[in-house]
Design a protein around this ligand. Structure first.
Ligand code: ATP
Length: 269
């Protein structure tokens, strides 16, 4: 499924958080959304997931504007894994993953054999079969994160939007998750802070600063030392790592533009 944003803006309390963003994610593409803290990644994802109505512009799925769609109609097409999503603590893992079937369910019928098979397959894909009956409140942060991703897969969406899904995951599960996302036929848009993981697993990157899209393209064209300095305020180089994968290496943070004003001088002491 194609996801398109045309000049999408979102403002709250008189402040523009997402500012005229246009993007186009092609069916089956894996696109990384990157940008510093507060640059608007989560807010943009929420607009694209239909959870926030843009204050200007249009979001389309396969060319159809979604603003008039019901939440259920959107949820049959797109799954959204939010940052630190919370879930009712009385549930078991299988119940949380089963929430992914809600848009397809019939409240009188409950789950059928097909729903149960889809949930079991999603649990298996995230390595959670052994935790199937475990109480949600007994899970670690990483296990919960994986269960939220399994819930999104159980939705069998055409597209998946994920907000920093590698939070809480150990390195093996980070690599497994990104390989899973890159390998799926579904359209994937994923906000990531780890730029080397983004470079390795995404077909294209979108770089946000102050709510605006400032660069878009293949990782090698977006993760340039100049853009990393300008947008992330880091002194960095991009090149092949020891295994030949494109990766970002950091010399360190660049001085904050206001640092000179805070540095005590001899005269002050
Ligand atoms: N509901 C809201 N009310 C007021 N301000 C908001 C709201 N939602 C987001 N913001 C502000 O919008 C800006 C962008 O927030 P957002 O969470 O979209 O950024 P982000 O790029 O996802 O950040 P991070 O990398 O830290 O998760 C922040 O300054 C945030 O405080």
């Amino acid at each position: 499924m194609r996801i398109t944003a045309e000049n999408v803006s979102w403002a709250v309390a008189g402040r523009t958080i997402v500012d005229g963003v246009s993007l186009d994610v092609a069916p089956g593409e894996t696109v990384g959304l990157i940008g510093p803290n507060g640059s608007g990644k989560s807010s943009l994802l929420r607009c694209l997931a239909g959870l926030r109505a843009p204050t200007a512009g249009v979001v389309r799925y396969d060319r159809e504007p979604i603003h008039a769609w019901s939440a259920r109609r959107v949820a049959r097409r797109v799954a959204f894994v939010e940052q630190a999503a919370d879930t009712d603590s009385e549930l078991r893992v299988v119940d949380v993953v089963g929430l992914g079937r809600t848009p397809f369910g019939d409240r009188w019928r409950g789950f059928d054999a097909r729903d149960r098979a889809v949930v079991d397959a999603a649990l298996a894909r995230l390595g959670l079969t052994g935790l199937r009956e475990r109480a949600w409140k007994a899970l670690s942060g990483g296990e919960r994160q994986r269960a939220h991703i399994a819930r999104a897969l159980a939705q069998q969406p055409y597209a998946i939007l994920l907000d920093e899904p590698t939070n809480h995951l150990d390195v093996k599960h980070q690599l497994e998750l990104l390989a899973l996302l890159a390998g799926t036929d579904q359209t994937v848009l994923v906000a990531l802070h780890d730029l080397s993981l983004a470079a390795r697993h995404c077909d294209r990157l979108l770089l946000l600063r102050g709510g605006r899209l400032v660069a878009a393209g293949p990782p090698k064209d977006v993760l340039t030392p100049e853009l990393l300095a300008e947008v992330f305020e880091v002194d960095a180089e991009t090149g092949p790592d020891a295994l030949g994968h494109l990766a970002v290496s950091y010399r360190g943070p660049l001085p904050h533009p206001l640092a000179d004003f805070d540095t005590p001088t001899e005269k002050d002491s």
